[in-house]
Write a protein that binds this ligand. Structure first.
Ligand code: FAD
Length: 483
């Protein structure tokens, strides 16, 4: 018997649900990754860190599968790689290899669900089965429900139920090695495409401190584990190394979410507050996947339907200033430069810039969400949509609309000495700490001392925060009436 494991956002060969089940159930198991042109052709640029990250991780995975086969005494091993529309690639390959089943890990995004449905139908028409397994989340949409059997829409009770359900069984790794002798040798003449053969050119990925592949994920995890105990204190300060930086690896499955959660759960059970807080972040991750699955309309609409009546501003010049890190609010601009230069943005800053766009500039959260989708290495529809709707106060269990971040006080609190700001805005390097959060308030003499020409070296603020705040309260006022 033969099966084909189709890897998508699960680019590893340890603790892998689909691979484990296929190896357990079939005598010969092939593995494939498709560079799906339906996705790649829609990308706005031929220079994309995500494509390069995937490409590097796929190369490593190919070698890891070969090594796994050697260790297990399998006749072959390695990854088949295809470049084309997923539907055609998978159906053709499954037929060519003569497999009885295509096995994958479950995806929760509406487009991916529709794609898998089409692939399953096409395979079925050729007498080939399609099956999928839970792998990318700890607990799925149907596993944590209210007593009435309904999805939770408030995080705190969801997390309580989630923690109760997250037992040792859920955190046990899939022992892929146990049946790895069933790995099948790829057909002869197979080779992996280069990045340029895929039509992409290199980015600055390799200059960034972002190691790729399974080994990169383990490196980041090893680095984070000793810091986990202080996560709850350090995580809000973008200038400090307080977070794990594992998001891109969780996004592409170069690390198993069970593995990282098991580490946190062990420390959390011993009363470690940092580990408990970090585990909560993984609960947020599952929460947003669950929301997206139950409410796929959130992709285009507000979770709270009454919020679709909000009148957003078009404001092209303000939009441009936000996108290009020229708002005149240093923390916002430094955060946007971090995004543009590295593809990463610290969580505190994602909240600050999302709040600034929606509540200071009055621009629809959907435009910001799309911008992040284009630039974030870890872009994930569920988490990104959840984060934007939370900040814009249109989402489930969102922050109340009258909680409007002040970009200056956020900066004073979370980057008190302006270390993060100076890292990304060298033009402000000589501005004293007292003024780094809002240089527009500096007197001419102080400006002259540090040689800063406002409006030339650094922009004047594009809006007045206090006035913008008033406008936002008015914009949302009709919600208060309907509450
Ligand atoms: P850590 O603090 O180390 O957290 C560990 C892991 O938990 C993360 O890697 C991530 O997988 C998960 N996580 C943490 N916070 C959240 C959260 N609020 N929601 C869901 N999962 C979370 N996260 C993404 O992975 N992709 C996105 O596209 C994304 N867009 C966001 C947009 C906005 C407006 C906001 C406010 C948040 C967004 N987040 C997103 C959540 C969060 O900012 C990132 O997961 C985090 O900054 C990644 O850094 P880290 O891996 O060091 O996180």
């Amino acid at each position: 018997s033969k099966a084909l494991v189709w890897l998508r956002r699960d680019l590893r060969c340890d603790d892998h649900a689909a691979l484990h089940h296929a190896l357990r159930r079939f005598e010969q198991v092939y593995c494939v990754f498709v560079f799906d042109t339906d996705i790649l052709d829609a990308l706005p640029s031929r220079q994309d860190r995500r494509v390069e990250f995937i490409h590097a991780s796929v190369l490593e995975l190919h070698q890891a599968l070969q090594q796994l086969a050697v260790r297990s005494g399998a006749p072959g091993g390695g990854l088949l790689v295809r470049h084309g529309p997923a539907l055609a690639c998978i159906t053709q390959l499954a037929q060519q290899l003569g497999v009885q089943e295509v096995v994958a890990n479950r995806d929760y995004e509406p487009q991916a669900i529709a794609r898998d449905q089409r692939v399953a139908e096409a395979l079925q028409a050729r007498g080939i089965a399609f099956s999928d397994y839970k792998d990318q989340v700890l607990l799925e949409q149907g596993e944590v429900l209210t007593q009435q059997g309904r999805p939770y829409s408030v995080f705190t009770p969801y997390k309580r139920a989630w923690l109760q359900r997250l037992d040792a069984f859920q955190l046990t790794p899939y022992p892929v090695d146990r049946h790895a002798r069933h790995l099948a040798p790829p057909p002869t003449g197979e080779r992996l495409p280069t990045l340029s053969e895929l039509g992409f050119i290199p980015t600055n990925l390799h200059q960034l401190a972002l190691p790729t592949g399974m080994s990169g994920a383990q490196q980041l995890l090893r680095d984070f584990v000793p810091r986990m105990a202080t996560y709850h204190e350090a995580r809000d300060y973008p200038a400090r190394k307080g977070v794990s930086y594992l998001s891109v690896h969780l996004r592409f499955g170069t690390v198993s979410v069970r593995q990282v959660a098991a580490v946190a759960a062990r420390q959390a059970a011993q009363g470690c507050t940092g580990a408990q807080t970090w585990l909560s972040e993984l609960a947020w991750r599952d929460f947003y996947f669950m929301i997206l699955w139950h409410y796929p309309q959130v992709v285009a609409q507000c979770f709270r339907p009454e919020c679709d009546g909000l009148q957003w501003d078009d404001a092209p010049a303000l939009w441009q200033a936000w996108c290009e890190a020229r708002t005149g609010y240093p923390l916002v601009d430094a955060a946007m430069r971090q995004l543009l230069q590295t593809g990463y943005m610290h969580n505190r800053l994602r909240m600050v810039v999302a709040s600034f766009l929606t509540k200071d500039l009055g621009i629809d959260w959907r435009r910001g969400e799309r911008f992040f989708a284009r630039h974030l290495n870890d872009y994930d529809l569920a988490a990104n949509n959840g984060g934007w709707q939370w900040t814009a106060s249109t989402g489930c269990d969102a922050q109340p609309y009258f909680r409007i971040f002040n970009p200056v006080t956020q900066s004073q609190r979370f980057d008190p000495e302006g270390r993060f700001i100076r890292r990304y805005l060298p033009e402000l390097a000589r501005v004293p700490d007292a003024h780094i959060h809002f240089p527009a308030a500096m007197k001419p003499a102080a400006l002259a001392t540090c040689g800063l020409r406002l409006g030339e070296d650094y922009p004047l603020p594009v809006v007045d925060h206090a006035r913008a705040r008033e406008r936002t309260l008015m914009r949302f006022a009709f919600l208060a009436e309907s509450d």
